[in-house]
Design a binder for this molecule. Sequence first.
Ligand code: FAD
Length: 412
Amino acid sequence: MYDVTIIGAGASGVMCALALKEKDKNLKVLLLEKNDKLGKKLSITGNGRCNLGNINTDVSNFNSKSDLSNFKKALEIDNFKFLNKLDNLNNLESYYDYLIRFGVLLTKEKEYLYPYSMQAISVCKSFERCLNYLNVEIKYNYDVLKVSKKDDVFTINDDIKSKIVVIATGGKTYPKTGSTGFGYDILKSFGHTITDLYPSLTKLKTDYKYIKDLQGVRVNAKTSLSVNEKIEKQETGQVQFTSDSLSGICIFNLSRDVKNYLNENKTVKIIMDLVPDYSNIELQNYIKGFSSYNISDALSCIINNKLAKVITKELKLVNKTIKELTKNELDGVCFALKNMHFNITGTGDFNTAQVTNGGAVLDEFTRDLESTKCKGLYAIGEVLDVDGKCGGYNLSWAFTSAIIAANDILRR
Ligand SMILES: Cc1cc2nc3c(=O)[nH]c(=O)nc-3n(C[C@H](O)[C@H](O)[C@H](O)COP(=O)(O)OP(=O)(O)OC[C@H]3O[C@@H](n4cnc5c(N)ncnc54)[C@H](O)[C@@H]3O)c2cc1C
């Protein structure tokens, strides 16, 4: 009989196992993983660099249908203390401390936090070494198909008995890494409610006539998500164009509810200000200086030349020079630079999205993440209805929620 069995050796499951065994070496902890190694998803995060946190982390960077205020303190990290921390590693107890104690040296680039090696794989290696050192028992290639409970004892797949079970099976995205969404079924079987699930942090598909011409272009733009002609959200940052979609961090952060809006037959558009640093008047004056240039050449002194060509084509001004433009046409050119519209027709799917919007309803768990439906059952990480923006927030949640649950288990 195990004291604690954790299902899933991803970011949250491994952190939970380490946090338990570090504090109580006698606890019998079992980690079950269907893959032949730990952290398959962790090892591809942050384009292989693992953006495992953000010094500006606070609860406003996370979404949930439930109230997240219980977790406010756990998620908010004092920037100043953190900056100090890189010099003095012995102060504050946050998930950073745990990472450092478990062998992950940290560094930061702007506000983003990374392993010192800038390689996600080194985080997996450090975790593996620490799991070994702390004698955590791990069963790889073990696919959990069933969990039941009788007389205060959980049974997993008819062969493993445990006093406590922690569901750390992740969400539904990138199922080839192991997170197929099975954790939702386990939680449902114990009476939990699962919200609707949507892919989030994903590309947005567009039927824009000239999208193929823009493939490969990257721009920094102020980007707005318009739903039924109302601006719902804005983000400034890099947008990448592919042959049929808009992508990049800025778009990812706007993508969260798009699938839902489209399912409700709402009209979704992305509107880009391609020159957010200059006003309409400043642009007009600048463009007028290119009097004898054709429109596309003049615009390519302000924006990417592929975009300049597309805007000129769209406005049907291909054969005109700047001095030949009427006032309305010049207004139209500047309007297009500051309001380029893309009709959105779809999103990326669960195979390519980075995180799941939705999950097990948080209100059905205590503030220490124990189920209110079944004593001794915990859920941590992405399987819960919490998702963050791009920038290290989802791993912050995976690690923080794991520590919250581990501390509660240790107090029992
Ligand atoms: C391409 C990509 C890049 C990302 N980059 C970042 C980033 O840079 N920063 C960031 O903060 N977040 C990033 N994320 C999101 C982040 O990786 C996840 O939110 C986080 O890994 C969730 O942790 P978790 O422990 O809940 O689940 P996971 O890490 O998905 O782990 C779940 C584990 O459970 C196992 N499992 C599932 N079902 C079973 C079962 N039935 N039996 C046994 N084992 C099972 C799985 O095999 C898996 O190993 C990225 C995601 C993707 C897809």
